[in-house]
Design a protein around this ligand. Structure first.
Ligand code: AMP
Ligand code: GLY
Length: 418
């Protein structure tokens, strides 16, 4: 069994993973590089540059680490898993090659096309002039996606020609996200939800459904963000719809990756639109979602170390999830996802330690300060979604900070479902 565990990253997702690992009976030592003020109480935070893989490896070997869990896609795209392939340490994350399912939208789309995995129709465009020519003959709305990692900001839903031209200019002419092509996609209508799975080669352990709220403002208005709030399970997704998504999307995808010699190990994130004709892929990510991790891991009753150990050692394992409802709200710095102030004082009030995950905070002279766009993830749970929602919003209201904003309508659509 894994005993000494290292988590790489310092956001809410990593805090949630650390919290769950810290509850395991198998654990000997838990480290986070760099961690955050939330992980400080449950793990040893190590002040190292998490992108300096040489130093991370030195630390891991010296401290007998047997399992590494990288949080962000950036570590995977930079090849952290490959970097440890000459050690006996298990890295629960895909190699650089299999992480392309997230880091290259074009690669993901080609896989889906080749293996008949349902997704939106698309066109790849490499130059601004070609793109402008192409959009003369399309119908709106349509979706413009920068093909590369853009921190959740590379997707624009264009309602008209003007919005479309503005986005294309930014991505293909001004190159605000760097070099990369653009995908123009059919706009899918339906119920959007996330389906996360623990994967190792052709073995898959799916997690319950969750629904993130990607837009900044209430009623799904404003720009796309990394996610402003989430709940689980999603009442609009029936057991049959859930099973179809696993059978038609998740299983064929890991089989496809295996056939392409890109076997996947780690968290596979399916962003799904359940349309009138069935589930379709919006995107894949090669890591745990954020805030999906913060809402799903507290629902996991089984031991996370055991789960990952059994899965990566090909031992059959069926985890147990609770049957409660969970809802979490993201408190973000005013100005996010654009420019925002940092180092604003936060008072967590009387909110239970376990109801908060730190997404972007730091300590200074015993004070807690904001230190990012998304700052806190505040949650509630209950027998009904309504109970979870009331608890989560009561928790949010107890937190004092002059610069934090949050959506007031997390879970509202699901609450209307009878
Ligand atoms: P992504 O970064 O690809 O997850 O896109 C961000 C958000 O844009 C998604 O969560 C969806 O809400 C929306 N989106 C992306 N692609 C499509 C599509 N083809 N049709 C409808 N909505 C989309
Ligand atoms: N919740 C969105 C993401 O992790 O990409």
């Amino acid at each position: 069994m894994f005993k000494n565990i290292l988590i790489i990253g310092g956001g809410g997702r990593e805090h949630a993973i650390a919290k769950k690992i810290s509850e395991s009976n198998h654990l000997n030592n838990l480290y986070c590089i760099p961690g955050n003020p939330g992980t400080k109480n449950i793990a040893t935070n190590i002040d190292l540059d998490s992108f300096d893989f040489f130093k991370v490896k030195e630390f891991a070997i010296k401290n007998n680490i047997d399992l590494i869990i990288p949080g962000s896609e950036v570590y995977l795209a930079k090849g952290i898993t490959d970097y440890f392939s000459d050690t006996s340490i298990t890295v629960f994350g895909p190699t650089k090659d299999s992480a392309m399912i997230e880091s290259s939208k074009e690669f993901a789309k080609e896989i889906m096309k080749t293996y008949n995995i349902p997704t939106a129709k698309y066109e790849v465009l490499t130059s601004y002039l070609d793109a402008v020519e192409y959009i003369k003959s399309v119908t709106f709305p349509l979706v413009i996606k920068f093909d590369g990692l853009a921190g959740g900001k590379g997707v624009v839903i264009a309602e008209n020609l003007n919005e479309c031209v503005t986005a294309l200019k930014l991505m293909l002419e001004q190159r605000v996200y760097g070099k990369g092509n653009v995908l123009i996609e059919e706009f899918l209508e339906g119920i959007e939800f996330s389906l996360m799975a623990f994967v190792h080669n052709d073995k898959i352990i799916p997690m319950p459904t969750s629904q993130d709220h990607k837009r900044l403002l209430d009623n799904d208005l404003g720009p796309n963000t990394g996610g402003m709030g989430i709940y689980s399970p999603v009442p609009m997704i029936s057991e049959e719809m859930y099973q179809r998504t696993i059978d038609e999307i998740m299983i064929p995808t890991i089989k496809a990756l295996k056939s392409e010699n890109k076997s996947f190990s780690g968290f596979l994130y399916g962003g799904i639109m359940y349309t009138k004709t069935g589930p379709k892929v919006i995107e894949f990510n090669a890591r745990f979602g954020d805030p999906e991790a913060e809402i799903l891991l507290p629902r996991l009753k089984s031991d996370l170390i055991e789960l990952i150990y059994n899965l990566t050692n090909n031992i059959p394992y069926t985890p147990i999830w609770d049957n409660l409802h969970h809802l979490g709200i993201v408190m973000a710095s005013d100005g996010y996802p654009g420019v925002y102030k940092k180092e604003v004082l936060i008072d967590l009030g009387k909110v239970n330690y376990s109801d908060i995950f730190h997404m972007g905070t730091k300590n200074s002279e015993n004070k807690l300060l904001t230190n990012g766009g998304r700052v806190l993830f505040v949650r509630g749970k209950g027998k009904t979604l309504k109970d979870a929602c009331i608890t989560a919003y009561n928790n949010v209201k107890s937190i004092q900070c002059d610069n934090l904003i949050y959506r007031k309508d997390i879970g509202n659509k699901a609450l209307e479902v009878k």
